[in-house]
Design a protein around this ligand. Structure first.
Ligand code: SF4
Ligand code: SF4
Ligand code: FES
Length: 343
C-alpha cells in the first residue's frame, strides 16, 4: 500500500488550506481562490521554471512554519517560495506587501509608454490591471524613457519592445514548445531587450503561443492588430480538425468575421491547450470551425463587461427584486452596445 503524503497546512490572509509539499505559496493561494491570490506577471504554471523575475507576487510571511515560527525578514516572491507546514502568509492584510507591490508597479511602469489607447492588449492587459490597482498618478522618472523601434518577428508577430516587462515567458515558450529557440533576452540591466538571434524569423509551428503568454502588449498578432478593441468582439469556443494541435481555440468575432484566434485560457489567463500557427493565423474563416458557443471569460476583465452572453436573457432571468435595481437606462445602454457589436 502506498504511503500517504502528509500535507502542509498554510494560512493566507486568515484562510487555511492544505497542500502537498513542494507547492508554492502562490499555488496555495490559487487553491483558496478569490482576491487574496497575488498577481503574477511572470509566473505561468504551464511553463517550467517560470516566475521569480517581476516581483509582482510579493507577500509577507508572518510565520515561517510550525517548527520555526519566526517571520521571514523580507517580503518573498510567492511564486518561487515553497509552503512549510504551519506557515502564515499575509497578502491583502499586509501593508508591507501592498507597499512592495506598489513599488514593483512603479518600477515596471518606469520605462513603459502611455500606449493604452492604441495598444492591442488594452482591456486584457495584466500591467493595466496592476497599474489600476497599485499604480500612482505621476512618474518620478526625471530622465528620458528607454525607447526601441517596433520590430516584425516574422510574418505573424509584432514586437513592441517599449512595452516588454522582461518576464521571459515568451523565451520559455520558445524553449519548451519549439525545437529551436531563436530569440531571447539580450544584454543586461537597463539595456536588456527581447531580440531574435541575428534577426532570424520565428517560424516554428507553435511559436504563435508567445503572443498568448505575453502579459502585456509587447508581442501582438500581426494578422489581428488594430482590427478591433477586444471589448467589441465576442469570444466563442470553437474547435476544428487539426493534425498539429488539439484544434480547440477561442474565436474573437465581430458579427460573422473572425478578428483573431487565441488559445483557451483559464481564470488566471494561462493557456489550457497550446494551438498551432495554422489554427491561430490561417483559419480566419468560419468554414474551418465548429462553433460551440460563447466563452465565459473567468478572469476579472473588461471583456466580460460587454455582456456578450445574451444580456436580454440574463436580465429576464433575474428575479423581480434584482430587476428593480437595474434602471431602464442601464438596459438601454447595454442594448446599444449589443447593436454596436453586431453591426
Ligand atoms: S501593454 Fe498594457 S499597460 Fe502597456 S500600453 Fe499596452 S495595454 Fe497599456
Ligand atoms: S515580450 Fe512579452 S512575454 Fe516576452 S519577455 Fe517581454 S513581456 Fe514577457
Ligand atoms: S510572478 Fe512571482 S516574481 Fe513574477
Amino acid at each position: 500500500m502506498s504511503e500517504e503524503i502528509k500535507k502542509f497546512k498554510i494560512t493566507i490572509d486568515g484562510q487555511t488550506t492544505e497542500v502537498l509539499p513542494g507547492t508554492s505559496i502562490l499555488e496555495a493561494a490559487r487553491q483558496i481562490g478569490g482576491k487574496l491570490v497575488p498577481p503574477a506577471m511572470c509566473y505561468y504554471k504551464p511553463l517550467e521554471q517560470s516566475g521569480g523575475r517581476c516581483r509582482s507576487c510579493l507577500v509577507e510571511v508572518s510565520k515561517g512554519s510550525e517548527a520555526d515560527p519566526r517571520p521571514m525578514p523580507k517580503l518573498v516572491a510567492s511564486c518561487r517560495t515553497g509552503v512549510m507546514d504551519g506557515m502564515e502568509v499575509k497578502n491583502l492584510t499586509s501593508e508591507k506587501a501592498q507597499e512592495g507591490r506598489k513599488a514593483v508597479t512603479e518600477f515596471l511602469l518606469l520605462n513603459h509608454p502611455l500606449d493604452c489607447p492604441v495598444c492591442d492588449q488594452a482591456g486584457e492587459c495584466h500591467l493595466q490591471d496592476l497599474a489600476y490597482e497599485h499604480g500612482s498618478e505621476n512618474s518620478r522618472l526625471d530622465f528620458q524613457k528607454n525607447t526601441f523601434e517596433a520590430d516584425d518577428l516574422g510574418p505573424y508577430i509584432k514586437l513592441n519592445m517599449n512595452r516588454c516587462i522582461l518576464c521571459a515567458r515568451c523565451v520559455l515558450v520558445a524553449n519548451q514548445l519549439t525545437e529551436k529557440r531563436e530569440h531571447g533576452i539580450l544584454f543586461r540591466g537597463d539595456h536588456a531587450e527581447i531580440s531574435t538571434n541575428l534577426n532570424k524569423v520565428l517560424d516554428h509551428d507553435f511559436v504563435g503561443n508567445v503572443i498568448d503568454v505575453c502579459p502585456v502588449g509587447a508581442l501582438t498578432d500581426r494578422t489581428a492588430r488594430f482590427s478591433s478593441r477586444v471589448w467589441f468582439t465576442n469570444p466563442m469556443d470553437a474547435h476544428c480538425t487539426c493534425e498539429k494541435c488539439s484544434g480547440k481555440a477561442v474565436l474573437w468575432m465581430k458579427g460573422e468575421e473572425i478578428v483573431r484566434v487565441t488559445a483557451r485560457k483559464d481564470q488566471y489567463d494561462e493557456v489550457q491547450d497550446w494551438i498551432c500557427n495554422d489554427c491561430r493565423f490561417e483559419k480566419k474563416d468560419t468554414k474551418f470551425w465548429t462553433i460551440e458557443g460563447p466563452r465565459n471569460i473567468d478572469r476579472h476583465s473588461v471583456i466580460s463587461l460587454n455582456h456578450y452572453e445574451k444580456p436580454k436573457e440574463y436580465f429576464r432571468q433575474l428575479d423581480n427584486q434584482d430587476a428593480k435595481e437595474i434602471s431602464e437606462k442601464d438596459v438601454k445602454n447595454i442594448e446599444n452596445l449589443n447593436n454596436e457589436i453586431s453591426n
